[in-house]
Design a protein around this ligand. Structure first.
Ligand code: HAS
Ligand code: CU
Length: 572
């Protein structure tokens, strides 16, 4: 499949082929969406087992031989949810939305190769994880050593996830030749910056995989340096959290204001937010290593300061999206301090999902600031506080926003209506309640010192009670949250698959409602000089690359001096 050069065709031929190209694009987008959500279905349904584990209920012995240990389940859960689900939806979304916004054809061959590479990688990962040959958790830190299938699969998945970048750049170039002198439209701009950030930062884990883990697992080298591996992992591992957040922000800035009945408060602030996320997220990855050896107190202080700066764009987002929602609510007749909030279209599941996601992010983001300060992190590091934090971010902001995308994308892409709006709303509210209970329980028990990633339910009852008796209530809340999340999954997936198979034919939702901008710039593709300056994406990319090298050479240099090599361990 390759994109058609529309200009070379007669009018009738051109419109027929434009139609068929868009039809092919919709099919491929649907494949990205369904594959991503299928991964989440498997990954997330294991989650409640982990919640019940913390509540002292061990279901793993009943699941043999499918799952042998808590750690195998946790690996599948993390890899499928954090990588496979997010990568597939994002690799689809950040190509499809810009293509529709710019109205340019998608290079389908390259986009299809992106899907294919990620699919092969995912299959390899599934084999390695389900045959229990790579129970190395989502961080796959050496010296834990999994089978080569896992690392090769991970390499393919990661490589494929970067391919939307060239696809986007080709489309943007085409648009620019058709619209000389104009500034990149907003949704495309946000998508390009997200993919540039991902393209640059994925070099960290790319190096770790290609130079260390793949050759090691294939037996070409005997040992690797775990500190270098961890540092390269987190070079990518912090920005990856923005690779989960920014696609959600694309929807919040680019679609939600209109879905809520209003307009976006500021195009410029949206662009500034994305640029700040791009610039600040790369040099701070080692804040995940506050507890690792080899970081001087000065570095820990610098990392703390840098981490606070990476929260700024989200604070800007809180105000810009908050204002946009308030405008929408007041336009719909909301009065008083909170009237605008209740006046939002809560009956629309796509809106409800995103607003509830934003509410959870108030706590999710604040707990990030706790982690980001070195002194406070030493209290919560490696406790359940951490999964508490990230279930209010990736498990809520990203998951709920992607669910909101599914609600309009399923009819849009398949031409089949949702079978039940109520079921959609039920899945959203249940997810919100379940993830909030789960996360609050995890944060709370983390403050009691309960460790993360621990198969606590396998301990004899007296030992469990002696160790965690003081955290009984929060741990019970964790278990309850997990049970509610199971119900949410049941509602969501019945709706998702039933709509795809049995949904009534509909032409509704064929158009994508991109948000208009409030104020002077409305309807213009060239908002102002700031936006013009920010359109110089390559200068920015070079600056980010330089800042990353400046941050990481001093961190990696001492590790390179000491050959602390480790052969592999298999502890499962
Ligand atoms: Fe994080 C660990 C710091 C954001 C995910 N993070 C993790 C891990 C994951 C993760 C998965 O500095 C664990 C990794 C592992 O396995 O070890 N994180 C931060 C900081 C932020 C942050 C400073 N994290 C995220 C996001 C994630 C995510 C986003 C996923 C999507 N995180 C850390 C640190 C660690 C860490 C350390 C390592 C700790 C350790 O000990 O290992 C910031 O970006 C957060 C800024 C966000 C805000 C909130 C803004 C609020 C908004 C909502 C507005 C509401 C509206 C609704 C509009 C300041 C935008 C209006 C309605 C009304 C009613 C008002
Ligand atoms: Cu981080």
């Amino acid at each position: 499949m390759s994109a058609v050069g529309f200009a070379d065709l007669s009018h009738d031929e051109a419109s027929a082929s434009v139609g068929s190209t868009w039809a092919a694009a919709r099919r491929l987008m649907l494949a990205f969406l369904v594959t991503g959500f299928s991964a989440l279905m498997i990954g997330a349904s294991i989650g409640p087992l982990q919640a019940l584990n913390y509540a002292g209920i061990d279901l793993y012995p009943f699941l043999e031989p499918a799952l042998k240990t808590y750690y195998q389940g946790l690996t599948i859960h993390g890899v499928l949810n954090a990588y496979v689900f997010t990568f597939f939806v994002t690799a689809g979304l950040l190509v499809y939305l810009p293509a529709r916004e710019m109205d340019v054809p998608i290079p389908l061959g390259l986009w299809g190769a992106c899907y294919g590479t990620m699919a092969v990688g995912t299959l390899m990962l599934l084999v390695a994880m389900f045959d229990n040959s790579a129970t190395v958790l989502w961080t796959f830190y050496p010296p834990l050593k999994g089978s080569a299938f896992f690392y090769v699969g991970m390499t393919l998945l990661a490589f494929g996830s970067v391919l939307p970048l060239p696809v986007l750049l080709v489309m943007r170039r085409r648009w620019r030749t058709l619209h000389p002198g104009m500034i990149t439209p907003l949704v495309t701009y946000m998508s390009v910056i997200t993919m540039l950030m991902w393209g640059v930062c994925s070099l960290g884990v790319g190096l770790e995989l290609l130079v260390q883990l793949v050759p090691w697992s294939l037996g070409w080298i005997d040992a690797v340096n775990p500190m270098i591996a961890r540092t390269l992992f987190w070079l990518t591992g912090h920005p990856i959290v923005y690779f989960w957040l920014m696609p959600a922000y694309v929807s919040w800035y680019g679609l939600l204001p209109r879905q809520a009945g209003g307009k976006l408060a500021s195009d410029t602030m949206a662009r500034i937010t994305f640029v700040m996320l791009f610039v600040f997220s790369l040099p701070v990855g080692s804040h995940h290593q506050f507890a690792d050896p080899g970081f001087s107190p000065i570095w820990r202080g610098i990392l703390t300061a840098l981490t606070m700066s990476v929260a700024l764009p989200s604070l800007i987002t809180a105000f810009t999206i908050g204002l946009s929602l308030e405008y929408a609510g007041r336009r719909r007749g909301g009065r008083g301090i909170f009237g605008w909030f209740t006046a939002l279209p809560w009956g629309n599941p796509a809106v409800a999902a995103q607003v509830l996601a934003a509410i959870t992010f108030i706590v999710g983001g604040s707990t990030g600031l706790v982690n980001g300060s070195w002194q406070l992190d030493s209290i919560v590091h490696n406790t359940t506080y951490l999964p508490g934090h990230f279930h209010l971010t990736v498990g809520s902001v990203t998951a709920l926003t992607f669910m909101s995308l599914a609600f309009w994308m399923v009819p849009h892409l398949s031409g089949k209506a949702l079978v039940s709006r109520r079921l959609a709303l039920a899945s959203v509210w249940l997810w919100f309640v379940g993830i909030s209970l789960f996360a609050v329980g995890m944060l709370w028990s983390g403050l009691h010192g309960v460790p993360r990633r621990a198969w606590v339910s396998s301990l004899p009852a007296p030992v469990y009670d002696a160790l965690y008796g003081n955290a009984q209530l929060p741990l019970a809340v964790v278990g309850l949250g997990g049970a509610v999340l199971w119900l949410a999954l049941l509602c969501f997936y019945s709706l998702f698959f039933a709509s795809l198979v049995f949904g009534a034919k509909t032409e509704e939702g064929r158009e994508i409602g991109f948000a208009e901008v409030l104020g002077a710039y409305a309807g213009s593709a060239a908002p102002n000089r700031v936006a013009g300056a920010l359109d110089h994406i390559w200068i920015m990319t070079w600056l980010v690359a330089l800042a990353t090298v400046a941050a990481y050479v001093p961190i990696l240099w001492p590790f390179l001096q000491h050959a602390n090599l480790s052969t592999g361990w298999r502890v499962w």
